[in-house]
Design a protein around this ligand. Structure first.
Ligand code: DUC
Ligand code: ZN
Ligand code: ZN
Ligand code: ZN
Length: 461
């Protein structure tokens, strides 16, 4: 099956050009001057459209256990929503529970995902129990294509790792060339602030933001960077939300340390004012780190331009407002942490292009090319070039749409962006040469998506 995408503007991280794209089977066969080929089994007309490498969301949580419930998207529904939004690869997190092994955890996540995804997927591993066996098993995970390990400086008693445990895992990362990903918030201090708030009757969702101040994200980020420096480990700060943390990352990068960071659309567009909405509405915006005062947003956009923030992922972790967020009514600390977003990342970042915050090429770089390089997928993913997987998005930059729970495809009963009107829209999506979205319909299937065994980060070799 040969597909020709013609008369579009191909946008890669290196720039944009008028070109046709010929797809043969699952891969891109050629990127040519317009009009060089004129026949194919299927022709997609892309005049006035961008032709982009499929988005890569390097941070999602489908069916993630949290405080006795699970995030509401399954791998089937979540990857379908991703496809609708022009994301053709997700990297989700296998979550080690204390007292279990990394390899049994990986098996468990394969059971959840294999045969159910609509687009390709990989895994990171959350290490919550650092011991001899886990450290040894990090090597087996790497052999199995899972070579990035998330740790938590937050959530004492659940996922929290001590500085000593972090140091040990970082040493293993240095030895193996793998990546440590860090949830950098000082959980010990936060738990004190949370206990004080509850004890004094401050129980509303906004307290989630107040008890997790940006200083404690900055402090943990600096500490993680120092531990990485001492061990020589590469470090990737996940879901960076605060100026304080960004400053620490920028300083480390300026001295040549291998420190990278991602932010998320919610930190670019939403703020603590959303957490303060009345009638428990703020619970919809509870995620960690929390939404910050609005004035952090300009710093994050600047960080994206200077490459101190090099990736935008969603941290998609949806919990329904009605039956799940409700668990925290009367006690904000029991609100499941997470927000939906996998479907809207490409569109929300495109608003940055419209507003002049990002160039067209930079949009593709932070949404597709860099996540591919960061997590060992580049060449196969993240680029429109001969030999790459034909994961392609035809994007109409002039269309307008209104984001809403009424029209989104994520399995959650609210939109964090309800009523927001955006410019630009995903029109057609190919995943490994198969049309999954076209003409406003889903043409994919559960099980089309394949597990991606990833190479080591292409920034470290
Ligand atoms: N961290 C995440 O990355 N996702 C959900 C909750 C959290 O704390
Ligand atoms: Zn986290
Ligand atoms: Zn997350
Ligand atoms: Zn529900």
């Amino acid at each position: 099956m040969r597909t020709l995408i013609r008369n579009g503007t191909v946008v890669n991280a290196g720039g944009a050009l008028a070109a046709d794209v010929l797809v043969d089977g699952e891969t891109i066969a050629a990127v040519t001057a317009p009009g060089l080929f004129d026949t194919a089994d299927r022709v997609i007309e892309a005049e006035g459209r961008y032709v982009l490498p499929g988005g890569i969301d390097a941070h999602t949580h489908m069916e993630m256990p949290f405080g006795g419930t699970f995030s509401a998207d399954t791998f089937a529904t979540g990857t379908t929503a991703a496809a609708w939004g022009g994301t053709t690869t997700i990297i989700d997190f296998a979550v080690q529970a204390k007292g279990t092994s990394l390899l049994s955890t990986l098996d468990k996540w394969h059971e959840k995902a294999d045969g159910h995804c609509a687009v390709d997927y990989g895994f990171h591993m959350i290490v919550s129990d650092v011991n001899e066996q886990s450290l040894k098993e990090m090597e087996s995970c790497i052999d199995a294509g899972v070579n990035s390990f998330k740790m938590f400086m937050a959530y004492p008693g659940v996922f929290y790792a001590t500085d000593g445990e972090i140091l040990r895992a970082m040493n293993k990362a240095t030895e193996t060339g793998s990546m440590i990903m860090m949830h950098a918030e000082n959980g010990i201090a936060i738990d004190e602030l949370v206990a004080d708030a509850i004890a004094s009757g401050r129980t509303d969702p906004v307290e989630h933001g107040i008890t997790r101040p940006p200083e404690l994200e900055g402090e943990a980020t600096s500490r993680a960077i120092r531990l990485a420096k001492v061990t020589g480990a590469p470090l990737y700060i996940v879901h960076l939300s605060a100026r304080h943390a960004l400053e620490a990352v920028a300083e480390a990068r300026n001295t040549g340390q291998n420190v990278f960071a991602e932010t998320c659309p919610q930190y670019l567009y939403l703020s603590i004012e959303d957490l303060a909405k009345p009638e428990f509405e703020g619970a919809k915006y509870v995620a960690s780190p929390p939404l910050r005062p609005k004035d952090h947003q300009a710093d994050l956009w600047r960080g994206l331009r200077t490459n101190d923030l090099s990736v935008v992922s969603t941290d998609h972790c949806p919990f329904c407002f009605k039956d799940q967020k409700e668990l925290g009514r009367g006690d904000f600390s029991k609100i499941p942490n997470g927000m939906p977003g996998v479907e809207h990342r490409m569109d929300l970042l495109h608003q940055g292009v419209v507003a002049g915050e990002l160039s067209l090429a930079r949009w593709v770089e932070v949404a597709s090319a860099t996540p591919a390089r960061m997590f060992g997928l580049y060449g196969r993913k993240g680029v429109i070039a001969p030999g790459a997987d034909a994961d392609i998005v035809v994007y109409d930059p002039a269309a307008t749409q209104t984001l809403s729970v009424e029209t989104h495809h994520m399995n959650v009963d609210y939109s964090a962006y309800e009523g927001m009107s955006v410019t630009g829209r995903v029109e057609t999506v190919l995943s490994r040469g198969s049309v999954v979205i076209a003409d406003g319909e889903f043409h994919g299937r559960e099980g089309h998506g394949k597990f991606l065994s990833r190479d080591l980060s292409q920034y470290l070799v």
